[in-house]
Design a protein around this ligand. Structure first.
Ligand SMILES: O=C(O)CCC(=O)C(=O)O
Ligand SMILES: [Fe+2]
Length: 407
């Protein structure tokens, strides 16, 4: 799905993020009570990752256990058809058409880009052989980008913390230089290089074929949506296996344990790309932002506190003001509602991987629950203010009663 941000003011309908006004003042489904589906508990879901579908493979994986028992042994294609028909029925008409169109758009890119890309791989292999070079070039590894290979992707400290899977192990690699901004070392330099090379390859294909691609957001003129050219499955695994366990510990209040979909893309800044990025909030519960390189100066990420919709444009408290300079391979994890922006990249080329992680459960609950005091800085302050006022009023009432009883 597209990751457009809503512009504010005015708020553009249908977009997915919010651009905040200026730097100083700027700013699921709930189980039905009547119809309860019982999962087929012992059923092992199939993998849907190799299929090009208009819903994420993880949606099919998690729905499969609710299929009528007599369908569990049907072919994967039959199951997909059944689940897809139901999913499409429950999407409003406009969204259904949009989902279908986006599916077709993705399919077109993937089939064309893949064949050209693979041709290039074969050609380079042949060249390598002809020149007597070893096959240990980057191409085979580049294909490795399309499935999850933790040991080649992540630095050992990150791997160990995730494998140990305790709050203590996670805390041992994570710093929190400002409340709610988590930083840690994450990606191997080689993985960063390969992903950058793959994005460059994709951009060259876009340029050669003049294919009209959607950019990650309305705020970016450059950058590529990784989900649109085949990396969705790998990024799903990144979210499931690595970002959700961290979010479960650090961002429980926004459904960190139930992240179930994502928008994955790269952004590029420099003389020939975007220069900076305005102050905004993301359309995500939790955002992962990893610097892939290359060399650059400027481009600091600035944060200005977390806000709910109602308070998105209120001022910042001094303790909420925080600037961060990215280093290649280094990750920042924050709430999507943590207001932020990016300063101008003054020289070089800055490329970052972004994964906006969402929780359909949290989004559904948010419709009914209006108290954001646990995560909105302003709500928390108001609540504190109200508590203080209540305590003061109680005290004065007690004093008054005391006075009356004495009198
Ligand atoms: O480039 C960055 O570091 C941040 C980009 C960002 O905030 C976004 O794309 O939502
Ligand atoms: Fe952002």
């Amino acid at each position: 799905m597209s990751g457009d941000r809503r512009e504010s003011p005015p708020v553009t309908a249908g977009g997915n993020g919010v651009v905040l006004q200026d730097k100083k003042t700027a700013p699921v489904m709930v189980p039905s009570q009547r119809l309860r589906l019982h999962p087929n508990k012992d059923h092992m879901p199939e993998s849907y990752e190799d299929l090009q579908l208009d819903f994420s493979p993880s949606v099919f994986r998690s729905l499969e256990k609710y299929l009528p028992p007599n369908m569990l042994s049907d072919s994967r294609e039959e199951k997909v058809k059944f689940m897809r028909d139901i999913l499409l029925k429950y999407l409003p008409h406009g969204e259904r058409t949009r989902a279908q169109k986006h599916g077709e758009y993705r399919q077109k890119i993937i089939s064309h880009y893949k064949s050209i890309h693979l041709l290039k791989v074969v050609k380079e292999r042949e060249n390598a052989e002809r020149l007597g070079l070893s096959e240990d070039g980057s191409e085979p590894l580049k294909r490795e980008l399309y499935s999850m290979h933790p040991v080649t992707f992540f630095v050992p400290s990150f791997m160990k913390a995730i494998n140990d899977n305790t709050e203590e192990s996670l805390r041992s690699i994570i710093s929190e230089p400002s409340p709610g901004v988590l930083t840690f070392e994450m990606l191997q330099p080689r993985f960063c290089e390969l992903l950058v090379a793959e994005v460059e390859n994709f951009e060259a294909w876009v340029n050669d074929t003049k294919f009209r691609v959607m950019r990650p957001n309305t705020m970016n003129k450059y950058g590529a949506v990784l989900d649109d050219f085949g990396l969705e499955t790998m990024l799903d695994k990144l979210m499931d296996g690595f970002i959700r366990p961290i979010s479960k510990v650090f961002f429980r209040e926004v459904g960190g344990a139930t992240l179930d979909s994502h928008h994955g893309f790269v952004v590029e800044y420099g003389k020939d790309w975007d220069v900076d990025l305005g102050f905004h909030v993301d359309d995500s519960e939790v955002t992962l932002n990893v610097c892939l390189g290359k060399q650059f100066s400027g481009g600091e990420l600035f944060f200005r506190g977390t806000r709910c919709d109602k308070h998105v444009n209120t001022g910042s408290q001094p303790e909420e003001i925080f600037d961060y300079s990215h280093v290649p391979g280094g990750a920042v994890l924050h709430l999507g509602r943590h207001r932020h922006g990016v300063r101008a990249t003054t020289s070089g080329h800055r490329i970052n991987l972004l994964l906006w992680c969402r929780s359909s459960v949290f989004r559904e609950i948010r419709k009914y629950q209006k108290d954001f005091s646990s995560w909105c800085g302003e709500c928390a302050r108001e609540k504190k203010g109200r508590q203080r006022a209540f305590i003061a009023a109680t005290k004065s009432e007690l004093l008054r009663q005391d006075g009356e009883s004495v009198a």
